[in-house]
Design a protein around this ligand. Sequence first.
Ligand code: AMP
Ligand code: ZN
Length: 697
Amino acid sequence: MDPIDDREREFLALTAQLRHHEAAYRAGAAEIPDSEFDEMFERYQELATALGIDAEERLDAKPGADHTDGFETIAHEVPMLSLEKLSPNRRDSKGEAMPLGEQLANWYDRRRKDLELDDDTKLELLVEPKVDGISVSLLYQDGALTRAVTRGDGRSGDVITRQVLAANAVPATLKGMPKTIEIRGELHWPRPAFEAYNERLAAAGESTLVNPRNGCAGLMKRKDPDGLGDAGVTSFLYQVARYEGGELPATQGEVLAWLRKAGAPTYEGEYFLAEDGDAALAYCDGYGERRGNLDYDIDGMVIKVDRLAHWDLLGGTGHHPHWGIAYKFPPERKTTILEGVDVQVGKTGKLTPVAHLVPIFVGGTTVSRASLHNFVELARKDVRVGDTVYVEKAGDIIPQVVAVDLAKRPTDTVPVPRPTRCPTCESAVVEEEIFIYCPNPACPDQIRERLRHFASRKAMDIDGLGEVLVEQVVTALGVRSPDQLFGLKSTDLAGLDRMGKKSADNVIRGLEVAKGRGLSRVLNALAIRQVGETMSEDLAAHFGTIEALLAFAARYVAGDEEAVESVAPEKASERGAIEGMAKKSADIIFAELDSAPVRAILAGLGAAGVELNAKIATVTEVDGVAGKTFVLTGALPTLKRSEAGERIKNAGGKVSGSVSKKTDFVLAGSDAGSKLAKAEKLGVTVIDEDALLAMLE
Ligand code: AMP
Ligand code: ZN
């Protein structure tokens, strides 16, 4: 096979996988650890570069957003970016795995070239542990903490000042600081304190927390932070992002010592000044053996150019700075036997292969099942029943089957067949991109999974209707579609196993409350492919009512050119009226919305009294915006386009998908496509986000 073809194939498969995982992440149902996503993304970037794919045709890199409702969000003056990674999965142009030492040497040489250093000039590196916690940005004014903000999506984050102070997680004051200084650090929860906290929870009969990192994130997002003081959350401060009115030492190592003297917790005693890449790598490798003795979890090391004057010179990309790179410890890896492969049917009918393993203790837990993600991945790894497989697990990460020990393969194995029929209802499967689906909406597995999803917290959030009860209403009461849930009576439910009158009444009340959640929740709850939380919100905000949405879906499906062009412009570089919607997903989404089963469910929901209109804030007309027509294009620095659109509508303005002479303003962000060009040609006023916000005030 031609190697170019191989790379293209891999690139296409990766694109689909990344899209999928991004959507799963946004829906709050991540299937793979962030670290693996990062690795896939890096490989994607590498291939994209090798194949000469234009920047604007590529997927965006987005650090995972952490916004919580009810928290104030604030834009970061200096974005909180990711770090570039040395990756055990990186390959060279011949497809050979590239040793970490070689990767680091390449990085180091590039930095030396960027800085135009001659051979006699040293470039020292400071190596620090990378603790696995929650990034935080801390603003100190006259030495007192005035604001703490989470990383959020990297551009803006949530304000958690009260929480960090109540928890004593960072110093309330620091000595000898410049007038204004923004310090970056990592909140973390040392294991002994975390375990003590869990023991207290268990003693009180409450459910315990899964791991320190998520536990720490949860505490820092408590709306009522009272009583956090004795939980034992703490921090490491490791970086100055900006400062005014004062002096700073010249190197990262000196900054750490200076922060320490000022009263900040730092990686004192744990960092190392290396004279070159080799020395830095040796320290990282050696540190791996010590990490088990620390009382906090670290997921790697960070290697930084020591001299701070170099940081500005080196710059970076929108994803990571060039002054540093992360080294990751290899996750714990063991071998075991693959006993079988099960196929699970999900709510959209997607078939997922799941590995059954001879139980093995790895990464702190006993593992007997592991996701194999999809059948392309399965074929790529060529995992066969009876094989000795390598299983990896690190920290709270989902266990992974990473490879096969071919030397131990028994002689009589066969590749796992791609299913041609659904294992549950035996319908012939359909294939789409890298995934295989059971197309039968009446498939019992799909029915159950869809109802579970419908009732789940991020969908209709039906109090009392958990997974076990869903199973029962399906098998014992014959419920098939979500609208039928609203026809249930307390007496129906009270007859079920382990259900009393009180819990039955509770479920009925839960259903009653859920009726008012509004269009975006309903759309998310329908389990339509490609429609997760974000897409549901965007659709609801754009169309406002179910009638408008369904009417549009019908036009789209009928091939109405204007409809198609408005959401899925022909040129990939242009953005349609709905953020993040590409032609391929639009095809799927509107076809499903227009399908008879979905229309029937929506009709049933409407008849049951479920709210099918978007919850729209009341319009308060703002002079200069009311009555004007806006067209939005490009990515805005802080607002999502849907949010900007909503604010315009709330102020009495109109939002349109295409630029014409009637357009009053074009709101343009970065990567604005041809709409901007057209606006300029027609002489339409072009504004940016700041200008819009000023108009809305
Ligand atoms: P990542 O999110 O994996 O791309 O890595 C970047 C994150 O590592 C930053 O946002 C920090 O929260 C975290 N981190 C932990 N320790 C350090 C450190 N010593 N230096 C820089 N970043 C660190
Ligand atoms: Zn089926």
